[in-house]
Design a protein around this ligand. Structure first.
Ligand SMILES: [Zn+2]
Length: 123
């Protein structure tokens, strides 16, 4: 096993653990809520589960995006306008709107010194 294989395997194990932690925490929240509200009606239970699903989706998305940021490609991506390599300029928080709602995500951005523009790959 090469050093890169070992790192990839470590990341896979960490990612799996992070996803399981999210699932366990959210399941515990829902269970605690249910126990604290024994008189809850069907629609309240349904709303609680739907909100939990939303939180799970947001946190899962954040985990996956963060992992991609940590393994960002070297060299940087090509500028979509001029084709030159773009340079990593650090992270900025973006509010990403998806079918899961609006999720604040810290993402790396890249700058093209020719075109003076920046992008957040993959888009
Ligand atoms: Zn450019």
């Amino acid at each position: 096993m090469t050093r890169n294989d070992e790192l990839a395997e470590m990341r896979r194990v960490e990612r799996q653990a992070a996803v399981e932690t999210i699932a366990v925490e959210i399941a515990a929240e829902v269970t605690a809520w249910s126990q604290a509200h024994p008189q809850a009606q069907w629609d309240e239970l349904e709303e609680t589960v739907l909100k939990a699903r939303q939180r799970f989706g947001e946190r899962l998305l954040q985990t996956l995006v963060t992992e991609r940021e940590e393994t960002r490609p070297v060299p940087g991506p090509r500028c979509p306008q001029c084709g030159k390599e773009m340079h990593y300029k650090g992270q900025k928080t973006r509010h990403v709107v998806s079918s899961l709602g609006e999720t604040p995500i810290a993402r790396g951005y890249y700058y093209c010194s020719v075109c003076k523009r920046s992008i957040f790959p993959p888009g």
